[in-house]
Design a binder for this molecule. Structure first.
Ligand SMILES: Cc1cc2nc3c(=O)[nH]c(=O)nc-3n(C[C@H](O)[C@H](O)[C@H](O)COP(=O)(O)OP(=O)(O)OC[C@H]3O[C@@H](n4cnc5c(N)ncnc54)[C@H](O)[C@@H]3O)c2cc1C
Ligand SMILES: *[C@@H]1O[C@H](CO)[C@@H](O)[C@H](O)[C@H]1NC(C)=O
Ligand SMILES: *[C@@H]1O[C@H](CO)[C@@H](O)[C@H](O)[C@H]1NC(C)=O
Length: 451
């Protein structure tokens, strides 16, 4: 990762907004840009004064609406006072400095794929939308790829495939690089290379580099990721839906790198759990995650609790307009070992001595009201699985995968006290004014961790 825009002392040229004459010029410029009568928008004013006039989208701009609509999750479609779309690291830096100087709250967005509200968007504040920073360039000499934070994995793969190369990126075409990588992305190559990794160890900022891997937006805004590439080839993948009867056979064998199809031989598709997913329309999503020892009895327990959840939801939503989902993903020890070899991260996964299984339990509902009703039930499933796993030796793997977690899950705490300390030290060193804790409230924040 490179170019984390840090909120250093504001530079004098960005402070001209204090001058009333400058302010009225800014308003005029915004008006000319959007063709609407001026609405007071101090956030836009300060960005314009910082030289970002052409990058600011106000609420009446069609592009503002398009960007809000493009959030993956319905509840993330909030109403920022304005959106700023920088095109370079220096513009990101100018935007952050201007907002910090005027004590304006902001959110950071890359691909916009978080499944819950406020991590990547903010009502009444400024959303720094990195959407225009989406390029992928391959450097044959170093066999690395420079990837913009808002690049979608589909485009990253397409670009690199021309050179016969691939990266350990996302498994879903539309997910953005930024959030995925900063969440410790689980990827097609994790068993071979660890969680999504980047090419450099960070040099003199090795501490900052390391804490970024797994902690989201706590330390700054990353404007470019340099990833190691590998030869591309065929990857076995996909969702495998199983009939219930095979659940007891699902335990991952040793060695864990056997392809899934060889440890679940009776694969066939079933429509038994989920009724009629209506993908075309917008849905409200709830996701929870948990990681536990690779033990068949825990897998069976999780399956039972999910089945119970599905029937409760079915009873409530008689028209069947919902989806429930419980996926089991192998997290063999090799993932942590390879991640450590690649420079480490802050997830603490290497402290768990067993092969693990990660579950993701999610439910999609038609309305927010139904989603609010379902939330405690979904949480109940992971709580139930955790309680059961805790009755088995080392049954619970403490790590919670940021990219799959619900906002009320204690993700940063799950990395362990040593890693919490690492993150706190890096925050104090690189963001002494606490900008990314105070002014950028969305996501899993260090400042929100008690104790
Ligand atoms: C359909 C689907 C499939 C998925 N599959 C996988 C998977 O296979 N493996 C996996 O690990 N995850 C997966 N995820 C989860 C996904 O990785 C996370 O939702 C991730 O945060 C999305 O990245 P984004 O850039 O689109 O997110 P955004 O919502 O734009 O950002 C996520 C968070 O990261 C912060 N952030 C984003 N970019 C930056 C930056 N450049 N600098 C600082 N902070 C930043 C944001 O402020 C926000 O808090 C999937 C999600 C969906 C919806
Ligand atoms: C990058 O973003 C621009 C603006 O949204 C879009 O037109 C372009 O197709 C994107 N490029 C890639 C490679 O995704
Ligand atoms: C559950 O999460 C996965 C990502 O792992 C996503 O592809 C799927 O659409 C989600 N399903 C629901 C019902 O939200």
């Amino acid at each position: 990762m490179q170019g984390a825009a840090q909120p250093t002392e504001p530079e004098p040229e960005h402070s001209s907004i204090k001058d009333t004459a400058a302010r009225s010029i800014c308003c005029l410029l915004i008006e000319a840009h959007t063709n609407i009568p001026s609405q007071p928008c101090p956030q836009a004013d300060c960005l314009v004064a910082a030289g970002l006039r052409s990058r600011v989208l106000t609420t009446s701009d069609d592009r503002y609406k398009t960007r809000i609509e493009s959030y993956w999750c319905n509840s993330a479609k909030l109403n920022p006072a304005c959106i700023v779309q920088p095109t370079s690291a220096s513009e990101v830096s100018a935007a952050v400095k201007a907002l910090v100087e005027h004590e304006q709250v902001f959110a950071v967005r890359s691909g916009g794929h978080t499944n819950w509200a406020r991590s990547n968007n903010i009502d009444g504040g400024v959303t720094i939308d990195l959407g225009l920073m989406n390029s992928t360039t391959y450097d044959a000499a170093t066999e690395t790829a420079d990837i913009g934070p808002a690049a979608k994995w589909k485009h990253v793969y397409e670009e690199l495939e021309q050179y016969g190369r691939a990266v350990a990126g996302g498994r879903e075409a539309e997910v953005g690089a930024g959030g995925f990588l900063l969440g410790g992305g689980n990827n097609f190559f994790a068993g071979l290379h660890g969680l999504a990794f980047t090419a450099h160890a960070g040099g003199e900022h090795a501490d900052l580099f390391r804490v970024h891997k797994g902690s989201g937006n706590n330390f700054g805004i990353v404007t470019r990721f340099t990833m190691r590439t590998m030869q591309s080839g065929l990857v076995w993948g996909g969702f495998a839906v199983r009939p219930m009867e095979v659940m007891p056979e699902l335990q991952m064998p040793s060695p864990p790198l056997l392809p899934i199809r060889t440890w679940i031989p009776t694969a066939r598709s079933t429509s038994r759990w989920a009724t009629c997913p209506v993908w075309a329309a917008a849905l409200c999503n709830i996701w929870y995650t948990l990681c536990f020892k690779n033990d068949a009895s825990i897998i069976v327990k999780a399956n039972d609790l999910h089945t119970e959840l599905a029937s409760q939801v079915q009873e409530k939503v008689a028209d069947g307009d919902f989806t429930t989902h419980c996926s089991f993903q192998p997290i063999p020890r090799t993932i942590a070992q390879h991640s450590v070899a690649a420079g480490g991260n802050v997830l603490g996964l290497e402290q768990y001595a067993h092969d693990a299984i990660m579950i993701q339990v999610n439910v999609s509902m038609r309305t927010q009201e139904l989603a609010d009703w379902a939330r405690p039930l979904v949480r109940g499933v992971v709580d139930g699985v955790r309680a059961f796993a805790a009755s088995i030796d080392d049954g619970v793997c403490p790590w919670l995968h940021l990219n799959y977690a619900s906002p009320d899950q204690k993700v940063l705490e799950s990395y362990g006290t040593a890693n919490m300390l690492r993150m706190r030290e890096a925050a104090a060193k690189y963001d002494p004014r606490g900008v990314f804790q105070r002014l950028c409230p969305g996501g899993f924040k260090l400042a929100a961790v008690k104790g």
